[in-house]
Design a protein around this ligand. Structure first.
Ligand SMILES: Cc1cc2nc3c(=O)[nH]c(=O)nc-3n(C[C@H](O)[C@H](O)[C@H](O)COP(=O)(O)OP(=O)(O)OC[C@H]3O[C@@H](n4cnc5c(N)ncnc54)[C@H](O)[C@@H]3O)c2cc1C
Length: 450
């Protein structure tokens, strides 16, 4: 061994990051809507965008939302959303790729800390193995995706690829599909026609061109030297070379993780591409543009918020003193009679909102089959986090489906009963909610491949 390197990254709960941003925006005066889909765009008499047509996916009711400024931030759906707007002009082209993660019990694959290595498959990609909440998860894959955007699924080929990479590095673990307790698949909103590499590897964009266009260029250049081709024809061969280098020769892992901000012909703003890591930077750029447009178009001054200093909901404390703050909130929960582990879990999930969550104990007792922490989380989440169904709560507001499947199987019916009580569901609605949850668990645990 001649040396070693340390790769610095961080672990992030993406669903909680999104909901805490939404809650902060609500606190600051925004109007939030969940399970509402944009189905059309509205224009004024001059053809400028002035709102959207929206549909409530729970009731199928359609309604209009009027706005001076409309921004399209629909990630992988950006191109589809632009397709709703016939006055936008040339749009952004997204090339979505699918990424998969698989979860096993930590007893099957124990790593002391997040670990990052070459896939060993000769594709130049890297794989992460991450310990989390008594489980270990690993991934990811990076493959072009053209299927149903709403429902990317883990396929056998994804499992084969990841198990091959893992068992290559940890042969003694000998992980099989039966060890996989949970999984998830997501789509990356990558910008097409833009090359770069990132943490997933894939090598740098070497600028390689296809054999076909290389030969075409040489042929045209030779013809030019004999006065048999014009300068314009040579230039055309050179510019089509560029296209070949940017589009056709890129593997999914080489497509840019960069972002793009554009204003269409009718004023629709589109912010696309990027990564979670860049979200504040992307948002700050978009807000700068929006402030400029408000001034130019409506002579309106919009207050600037410093994104670097803005704390999201649950994060209103001294960021240099996280450990002490978590202990403080854990103690508040323990004072209500919660075991230390449940109290620590609440403090970690809700941060400075923990006292608000705990305040529900004034009116609510532990529901049959659930802990007090579960019950208070559920009540808080329905009332203050727009939880509308059990999948919202058990997959996106908490990690039950992904990292506590064993515990969830014991508490599932109790969650259905308590949610039905809070939402005043009738028997039919309750059965439908339980079915939706069962299907989510079955899919996440790859029942269809086992
Ligand atoms: C496997 C995987 C690993 C990744 N790893 C990392 C990483 O390590 N670090 C990192 O920084 N980034 C990572 N990313 C990238 C990151 O997750 C994405 O870049 C980021 O989530 C994109 O956010 P977004 O808001 O643009 O899109 P999304 O999160 O996809 O949000 C788009 C939203 O628009 C909604 N929408 C679509 N159409 C409509 C409509 N008509 N009306 C209303 N709403 C609509 C969708 O429901 C969705 O909620 C990873 C992605 C994947 C898939």
């Amino acid at each position: 061994l001649l040396g070693a390197g340390v790769y610095l990254d961080y672990v992030n709960n993406d669903a909680r990051l999104v909901i805490e941003n939404i809650k902060e925006a609500d606190e600051l005066g925004g109007l939030m809507a969940s399970h509402v889909k944009v189905v059309g765009v509205l224009h004024d008499d001059n053809g400028r965008i002035n709102g959207v047509k929206a549909k409530d996916l729970l009731t199928d009711e359609e309604f209009e939302i009027k706005a001076k400024m409309v921004i399209n931030t629909t990630g992988p759906w950006v191109t589809k959303t632009l397709g709703l707007d016939d006055k936008n002009g040339e749009g952004e082209v997204i090339r979505p790729t699918k990424g998969v993660h698989l979860v096993v019990d930590s007893s099957r694959l124990r790593v002391p800390q997040p670990t990052y290595f070459d896939s060993g498959i000769g594709d130049g990609r890297m794989i992460f193995v991450v310990p989390r909440e008594n489980k270990t998860y690993f991934g990811t894959t990076d493959t072009d995706y053209t299927g149903d955007y709403k429902h990317p699924r883990v396929e056998q080929a994804d499992v084969d690829y990841l198990l091959k990479a893992i068992n290559n590095r940890y042969p003694e673990a000998d992980i099989t599909i039966n060890d996989i307790e949970a999984s998830w698949a997501g789509l990356r909103p990558l910008l097409s026609g833009n090359g770069s590499s990132d943490y997933n590897g894939g090598g740098s964009n070497t600028g390689k061109v296809s054999d076909e266009s290389f030969e075409n260029l040489i042929k045209t250049a030779v013809a030019y030297s004999k006065d048999e081709a014009s300068r314009g024809e040579v230039e055309k061969s050179i510019s089509s070379l560029k296209t070949a280098s940017a589009e056709k020769t890129l593997s999914p892992s080489q497509v840019s993780r960069g972002s793009s901000l554009k204003v269409g012909d009718d004023g629709l703003i589109t912010l696309s591409g990027g990564k979670i890591t860049d979200y504040r930077k992307m948002a700050a750029g978009a807000m700068e543009l929006i402030r400029k447009l408000f001034k130019e178009l409506f002579n309106k001054d919009v207050r600037e918020v410093d994104s670097k200093k803005l704390q999201v909901s649950g994060g209103h404390f001294d960021p240099t003193n996280v450990d002490e703050t978590m202990k403080f909130y854990q103690k508040i929960a323990m004072d209500k009679g919660m075991p230390a582990a449940d109290a620590a879990d609440l403090a970690n999930r809700f941060g400075s909102n923990t006292s608000r969550v705990i305040s529900y104990a004034d009116d609510v007792e532990a529901a049959p089959g659930l802990t007090l922490a579960d019950t208070l989380s559920l009540h808080y989440s329905v009332n203050e986090e727009m939880t509308l169904n059990l999948v919202d709560f058990l997959l996106r507001r908490t990690n039950y489906v992904l990292f506590h499947k064993d515990e969830l199987m014991m508490k599932k019916d109790a969650f259905v009963d308590e949610m039905a009580r809070i939402m005043e569901w009738n028997e039919e609605e309750k059965v439908a909610a339980a079915k939706q949850l069962d299907e989510t668990i079955a899919e996440s645990s790859l029942a269809y491949l086992k």
